[in-house]
Ligand binder design. Sequence first.
Ligand SMILES: [Mn+2]
Length: 260
Amino acid sequence: MNHSRPPTVIFVADSHFHLRPDASEERRRDRFCELCALARDADHLVLLGDIFDFWFDYPHFRLRGYEEILHGLDAVRAAGCTLHFVGGNHDVWAAGYLRERYGCDIRPPQSLLAVADRRVLLCHGDGLFKLDWAYGAFRALVRARAGIALAKALHPEFLFALSTWLSGRSRCATRDDSATIERRAAAWLARQPAPEEPGGAWDLMVIGHVHHGFTASDRGRTLAALPGWLDRLGYGLLDADGFRLLDFDRDPPPRFPARA
Ligand SMILES: [Mn+2]
């Protein structure tokens, strides 16, 4: 890593790629691979959850349909960019595979990433603002050990069908109107311990999951929600100029100083 400049970090979440993409998803996939090409020049790429709409690992079978995306990530890794993965409620089960293939830094649901003098709290964001009870139940199921054991007993095609159905439910639940999301986020942020108190040691928190891009600030700290990679192709960038939310279609791509 080049220490002559502050490290650059790209954050992306909620592309919800499917095993069988339709025409509109093909475009989002192509653009995601272009984002991966951009990330080759960054120091860190943080996959903040729900990159894949469905993932399950079987001992002797591999899912078919994500090859293009996985190859895109191969190139990121090969270029020397560190990959981090925070599992979302849809792809928490991808962690083992991503660790194996990319040496990916697998992170617990909430973890700190130290970047130069910034302490960045990473969290997918499911369950954070208590937006919907049905959604909460779904989240508890996919993250529970018993849920994983149960899923392993199911036929892969049945599990895929079940997950696709649940996924539709959870997506409706996450699409609360943006004003509600921002209001709850602001209230949540105001309840967090001050930076000098235990548990308050972060200056920037980045989440996904809500599919609505915004930032909120309180007592010198910023909470940033990524817009997702669905209707808008949104991502977050942290570099020498600070953190900002960018639109991959509308904003000019950032220029990174050459890696040493
Ligand atoms: Mn999610």
